[in-house]
Design a protein around this ligand. Structure first.
Ligand code: FPP
Length: 263
């Protein structure tokens, strides 16, 4: 085996299975162009598509994206309602593509606060992609890490109250299993774009052992090179190989033979 081949295998072996992303910087991206913030969110959707395609090519098992936090309701009403319309449109438009690309879509968070129409759209999109066994794409919507923990705690308290569980027996597994994000699992690599170094109440429980990677790139500009750099940083931290973004790209050349990618 040649050295480049060995390096490629090493990269493949050390690849994160679950990548989570805090997609930040849409507003600033738009403002830099003298446009309304919504223009940035629309550009952000293109970046979502690109990230999903890239994660699929890399062989990442799950990708979890923070689309709307419990705190985002505090934004101006106009931005919130435009974001809701954007989610509706994106779900309608993309579901077929997700289905054809073997992506399983899951929404995590308290969706009960969304309009009936959006809730129905979410259910349809989840059902239509439920049997796909490729990339699992989790979209966190009206999600908060503390909300998730509180929610699980309430259910545990009920179980104890009903005598189904002894308080002394409560384990990490019990808590994990009751969280809305249980299906999401532990995060290997958490990326935040947009320059801030915060977790912002994202997957608090699931990022306990995650590698954290902060990028100054604004979300709409977060392309394959930027994503590749994050993966390379993870690989080098995990296995101390000091791999570069180019090596990750080299690995992709192989994977790109698989034509199963997004247009
Ligand atoms: C944070 O940027 C971004 C959001 C709160 C919305 C994210 C939504 C998308 C990327 C589009 C839709 C995605 C899906 C999955 C349907 P910001 O507005 O806080 O940016 P700023 O920090 O520059 O103000």
């Amino acid at each position: 085996m040649t050295l480049p081949e060995a390096q490629q295998l090493a990269v493949k072996d050390a690849m994160p299975k679950h990548v989570a992303i805090i997609m930040d910087g849409n507003g600033r991206w738009a403002q830099q162009r003298g446009k309304l913030r919504m223009f940035g969110h629309q550009a952000g959707v293109k970046s979502v598509r690109r990230a999903v395609s890239f994660a699929t090519q890399l062989g990442v098992k799950s990708l979890t994206l923070f689309a709307f936090s419990s705190e985002n309701w505090r934004r101006p009403e106009e931005e919130v309602s435009s974001l809701m319309n954007l989610f509706l449109t994106v779900l309608q438009r993309e579901v077929k593509k997700l289905k054809n690309n073997n992506v399983q879509l899951r929404i995590i968070g308290d969706t009960s606060r969304f309009s009936e129409k959006l809730q129905k759209r979410i259910a349809i999109a989840q059902n239509e992609t439920a049997t796909n066994d490729g990339l699992v794409l989790n979209i966190a919507a009206n999600y908060g890490g503390r909300w998730d923990i509180v929610n699980a705690s309430k259910q545990l308290a009920e179980q104890v109250k009903k005598g189904h569980l002894d308080a002394q027996d409560i384990s990490e597994e019990h808590i994990s299993a009751l969280m809305d994000s249980d299906t999401v699992g532990d995060v290997d690599l958490l990326i935040r774009t947009g320059g801030d170094h915060r977790i912002s109440n994202f997957l608090l429980w699931q990022t306990a052992y995650a590698e954290l990677y902060f990028s100054d790139v604004l979300w709409p500009d977060f392309d394959e090179d930027a994503f590749g750099e994050a993966i390379a940083a993870f690989v080098s931290r995990e296995r101390r190989f000091g791999c570069t973004g180019e090596q990750v790209q080299a690995l992709l050349i192989d994977n790109q033979k698989n034509e199963d990618h997004f247009a």
